[in-house]
Design a protein around this ligand. Sequence first.
Ligand code: FAD
Length: 282
Amino acid sequence: MTTATVAPALRYRFYRARVLAARRIGASLIRVTFGGEELADFAGGGRDQSVSLFLPHPGQPEPVLPLDAGEDWYAHWRAADPAVRAVMRSYTISGQRPERSEVDIDFVHHGETGPASRWAGRARPGDRVVLLGPAVADNRSVCFRPPPGTEHVLLAADETALPAAAGILAWLPAGTTVRAWLEVPSAADIRELPTRASAELRWLVRGSTPPGGGPLVEAVRAARLPAGIPYAWIAGESATVRAVRRHLVAERGLDRRRVTFAGYWRRGVSEEELRDASAGAG
Ligand SMILES: Cc1cc2nc3c(=O)[nH]c(=O)nc-3n(C[C@H](O)[C@H](O)[C@H](O)COP(=O)(O)OP(=O)(O)OC[C@H]3O[C@@H](n4cnc5c(N)ncnc54)[C@H](O)[C@@H]3O)c2cc1C
């Protein structure tokens, strides 16, 4: 690793960007391609690289953000009127082409219930956003990090974590054994996920069962896991993620240090409310 001496604060920066294109990929996801000269410096680490995305409110020409406040930006943003300050949401970089100053984000379109979903459903070329993203490829927003000695990889994801699972599969080298469970709302979300790894993908179509229900947990419970030392990565709806992790650690005896898990969203709770709750708890 050559980045150990880079101060954490320098690992991220703001990137101003514009929508170049938006298109459906499958029944539930919309791929938005962003461009802008600042993105030539975007240095994502691949895998499940995530960013904070800042969106304007309806009627605003661009997201309202204290871009000149340096490291104090968050305090300034928090102090601003929520009806005016940019909407902040977490998303995965599903593609990056620095040579063309482009990145892609795949948004689950879950209707009009959240500002990011609503925004993605209406995204048009020229729409302006800001990303807070990596300035170096080795950054803490890449969470998929198999420890030394890993003999096989287990992935469990719902549709919000499908871009991350796809990024992980694309990154894994040949010879890695992977077992993946991918829960999606519709059979029309199933697509090819290119990988050099020896991957066995199991798609679970949720249909009319509400998200956060059981298909992912049930499938992992029912599975025969490969022999050898595993590394598990679990992401998606919080309750599901917790249940899968609990099963792997408590019932299958996986070493908890070999399990990376992330609640990407929680049923009935917005990202703002989740952030406020964890700030209150901290
Ligand atoms: C590290 C990280 C990476 C992520 N990457 C992606 C990604 O690449 N693509 C992606 O689509 N999402 C991703 N997410 C999840 C995304 O941030 C949340 O789904 C977010 O809540 C969407 O914001 P919103 O404004 O649409 O809804 P919010 O305003 O946050 O929530 C409004 C309501 O919608 C519900 N809701 C939120 N998301 C969903 C959903 N997917 N399906 C059904 N109901 C929902 C909430 O429970 C709430 O009731 C990621 C999250 C994290 C933490």
